[in-house]
Design a protein around this ligand. Structure first.
Ligand SMILES: Nc1ncnc2c1ncn2[C@@H]1O[C@H](COP(=O)(O)OP(=O)(O)OP(=O)(O)O)[C@@H](O)[C@H]1O
Length: 233
């Protein structure tokens, strides 16, 4: 279970509060207007922004002062963070060993992850030799090899067309089911939340609200969400 306990997050004059828990093994969307604080929330959970108040816990472990790399977290951001001079396999291997000195077991883990995302024949290619969807699959394979219980995705597929985005969301959903990881995904698009997330955190009016059932929230949106949904549907 992820606990955000009486958190206040601050970026200059911007403040955001959060006070709720996320059950482990769930898929949660994080939606809300631009500038509402969705990325700020993920930055705090991942350890790149220290809270001004409150604490972040994973089960009984207090993560509030834990360095990002030591948190039980794997992350994926919109630009995929692939290194153009490294092969597909090396880009995935970075998830296990930043110095890329993988033992044979770790190499097998990379191969299995690439097979799982449908890229087993493309291990030696460079990212530029892949389509946008295939690049997203490499980034997902890198998340997969890390075997972290908590996965944070920040607008991971925003650059993809609608059909490809749906395909990637379905793959994320399958991988989450297989690994029982706890998934938090920021998206601008409420239909992404409907597609894969049973519950949704609404970030609006300087509050990251406790998760609510996605369809209930979107079918009967509060005022802060209504104006935002009006723009996007
Ligand atoms: N490094 C920073 N320094 C100062 N203010 C920041 C910084 N990063 C973000 N902010 C401010 O914090 C607020 C929340 O930004 P954040 O990026 O978390 O919103 P968001 O909901 O993710 O937006 P978007 O959907 O547009 O990506 C905004 O007012 C933004 O201007």
């Amino acid at each position: 279970m992820l606990t955000l306990d009486a958190l206040t997050l601050t970026q200059d004059s911007f403040h955001l509060t959060a006070d709720f828990t996320i059950k482990s093994g769930t898929r949660t969307a994080v939606i809300g207007p631009s500038g509402a604080g969705k990325s700020t929330l993920l930055a705090a959970i991942s350890g790149f922004l220290s809270p001004t108040r409150g604490s972040i816990r994973w089960y009984d472990t207090d993560l509030t002062r834990t360095a990002p790399g030591e948190r039980p977290i794997a992350m994926l951001f919109q630009d995929n963070n692939l290194f153009p001079h490294l092969t597909v396999a090396q880009n995935v291997g970075l998830g296990l060993r930043p110095n890329l000195r993988l033992n044979s077991e770790e190499q097998s883990t990379v191969t299995a992850a690439l097979a799982r995302v449908g890229l087993d024949s493309m291990q030696s290619r460079k990212p530029a030799q892949l389509s946008g969807g295939q690049q997203s699959r490499v980034a997902l394979a890198r998340v997969l090899v890390q075997s972290r219980p908590l996965i944070l995705l920040d607008e991971p597929f925003a650059a993809l067309g609608p059909a490809l985005k749906s395909e990637m969301l379905d793959l994320v959903s399958e991988l989450q089911t297989e690994t029982s990881a706890t998934l938090l995904m920021v998206s601008h698009d409420p239909s992404d939340a409907r597609r894969i997330a049973g519950q949704t955190v609404l970030v609006a009016d300087r509050v990251a609200h406790a998760p609510q059932e996605t369809s209930a929230l979107l079918d009967d949106p509060p005022a802060a969400l209504k104006s935002y949904l009006g723009e996007s549907f």
